[in-house]
Design a binder for this molecule. Structure first.
Ligand SMILES: [Zn+2]
Length: 570
């Protein structure tokens, strides 16, 4: 079957399999949801405008992602009315939110249409632009006095096109002028109806930022967004730059790199836009804040605490808000489910002006994402790998508590100068540290009444089971290498073991001491500022044995659901 002259690349039977056996549904909230019903009439009305704004953001992200996305989607939708094959292809398109993308399992991206693949420069750059030509053009422009234009080309907020044998940049506020002005309208309408003053204030700043070619306006919008804590509604216009694989290549060209530095040009990868709309969950948010309250007390319990200053103590964490959110919709970058979907996100990122100027961050947790899981598969996994008496303690909601501890864990321990000194090992050591801080201090939250003894056992058990790996991790997967380190450490200390049937058993009494010991060794590595010590620690605890391979094989035999289907109702 052809759409706009492009042949579908996946046979219909294969699509059937992907959609039925390999796709996990993520249910957004609907009108019956109690948190929605509790909203004021004005806030309900505001939500409809925010959802409309978010849908426009989705179209923008489609245009940023691939030059053929919008046309092919439109025509797939047309064909889907008469053809089941096209309808299924459309579902996969919506899951990837684009014509192609990684699924998190296969090494090569999945392509819906023959010959329509992922472009390294997405649609931020001309699709026939190679890395070599890109560098050649930039060098030529820099040498012929066009540094100002090169600066715009390498900015996070421009689409780049050809002009003769050179390139030029179009700021997002121009390229997407009509969409941005529609979004601004919707945001202003939402602000008119919504009940919360601080939230309306932010919407006003955000609307203005969309209408002006001025990074300072983004900065002000970000600052007003980051302080939002007690609002009924949640709206985020996210700008993250992980997709663009073109801009960053300039650092690999020494001549270009030094010329850019000479001209004071700081290249930043292009922002893919995303939009999130939701309702702040009061109960979940209260839990987040009660964890935050413990931070100063935990700082004093850190190993070697007297040897370094922690960001908590210096007041850095004060500018951090955090909310738990029931999701109404995820659009744009958030909905490009290419191998995963975000369960929590802390913005703005370091490249943003508001952070450089000392603005705060806001951490938003996604309830509907974390609550969606494959219960059938979980049952099979527990039966295959975990001793029966521990099944009662496996609870996906307990993983959320671990994640809160992890996020807070980044604010404890030696500061970033120690972290950076470990070079290529810094991410593994730092992510390992945040995990270990979370679990090591979990009993403190029981002492202060934030969680119960039962929850503590659930956090321990769920976390340990989540250390099971589907394959041997690579160094570019710091979280997974960390998982392997914890797993091996706990095995060595006898806090976990596998019985004669190769099923996991946990010794809850041995766990606290073993955890503190990993934490102590991890902090020792950071304090050493020595990459060799980091490597030795990682090598020692990341061995892959028959047991790991047995677990990986078992997990893979249970099947996995790498694709997501975000179901939106409001
Ligand atoms: Zn982390």
């Amino acid at each position: 079957m052809k759409i706009n002259g492009y042949e579908l690349a996946i046979p219909e039977e294969k699509l059937d399999h992907i959609l039925s056996a390999e796709t996990q549904a993520i249910e957004m909230i609907d009108k019956n949801f109690s948190g929605y019903q509790a909203l004021s009439e004005g806030d309900k009305k505001a939500l409809t405008y925010l959802v409309r704004a978010a849908r426009i953001v989705n179209d923008i992200s489609l245009e940023q992602d691939h030059p053929l996305n919008l046309t092919l989607k439109k025509n797939l939708e047309k064909e889907a009315k008469n053809s089941t094959y096209a309808a299924k292809a459309l579902k996969l398109f919506n899951s990837l939110n684009g014509v192609a993308g990684l699924n998190g399992l296969d090494p090569e991206p999945v392509q819906i249409f023959k010959g329509v693949g992922v472009l390294p420069g997405r649609n931020f750059y001309p699709q026939d632009l190679s890395v070599e030509e890109f560098h050649k053009i930039l060098l030529k422009m820099l040498k012929s006095g066009k540094a100002a234009e090169v600066k715009k080309i390498l900015s996070a907020r421009s689409m780049v096109r050809r002009q003769g044998d050179e390139l030029y940049a179009i700021d997002y506020t121009e390229y997407f002028a009509s969409q941005f002005s529609q979004i601004a309208n919707e945001l202003e309408l939402a602000a008119h109806y919504s009940s919360n003053h601080a939230f309306n204030d932010y919407l006003g700043w955000q609307a203005q930022a969309l209408l002006q070619n001025n990074e300072d306006m983004d900065q002000l919008a970000d600052k007003h967004w980051a302080v939002l804590q007690d609002t009924p509604l949640e709206f985020t216009l996210s700008r993250e730059n992980y997709e663009d694989e073109m801009t960053g290549t300039v650092f690999e060209n020494d001549e270009l790199k030094s010329l850019l530095a000479e001209h004071g040009i700081e290249p930043v990868s292009k922002d893919m836009l995303g939009a999130r709309v939701g309702i702040v969950n009061q109960k979940g948010t209260k839990l987040l804040l009660s964890f935050k309250e413990q931070m100063k007390q935990l700082a004093s319990l850190m190993p070697y605490a007297e040897k370094y200053e922690q960001s908590v103590a210096s007041g850095e964490d004060v500018k951090q808000t955090m909310v738990d959110v029931d999701l109404v919709t995820l659009q744009g970058d958030y909905a490009q489910c290419r191998g995963g979907i975000t369960t929590a996100q802390n913005l703005p990122n370091n490249d943003k002006l508001s952070i450089k100027l000392g603005g705060g961050r806001r951490n938003v947790y996604h309830r509907q994402v974390r609550m969606s899981h494959d219960t059938e598969r979980t049952k099979k996994m527990l039966a295959a790998l975990v001793a029966p008496e521990f099944h009662q303690y496996f609870n996906p909601e307990a993983e959320h508590i671990f994640v809160i501890g992890h996020e807070n864990g980044h604010s404890l321990g030696p500061n970033s100068s120690y972290q950076e000194a470990l070079g290529v090992y810094k991410h593994i050591i730092e992510e390992n540290k945040a995990d270990v801080v979370s679990i090591t201090f979990m009993p403190e939250y029981v002492k202060s009444g934030v969680i119960s003894e039962q929850t503590l056992k659930e956090v321990y058990t769920t976390w340990i089971i989540r250390l099971f790996l589907k394959s041997k991790p690579q160094q570019i997967q710091p979280h997974r290498v960390g998982d392997l380190i914890h797993f091996n450490f706990l095995l060595e200390k006898g806090a976990i073991h596998f019985n004669s049937e190769r099923k996991l058993e946990i010794d809850f009494l041995k766990l606290p001491k073993a955890m503190f010991e990993i934490l102590r060794q991890t902090i020792e590595v950071q304090l050493s500022k020595d990459p060799k010590k980091a490597k030795a620690f990682i090598d020692k605890y990341s061995k892959w044995s028959d047991l790991h391979q047995y677990i990986a094989n078992t997990l893979r035999s249970l099947g996995v659901k790498p694709y997501k289907d975000i179901r939106t109702y409001l």
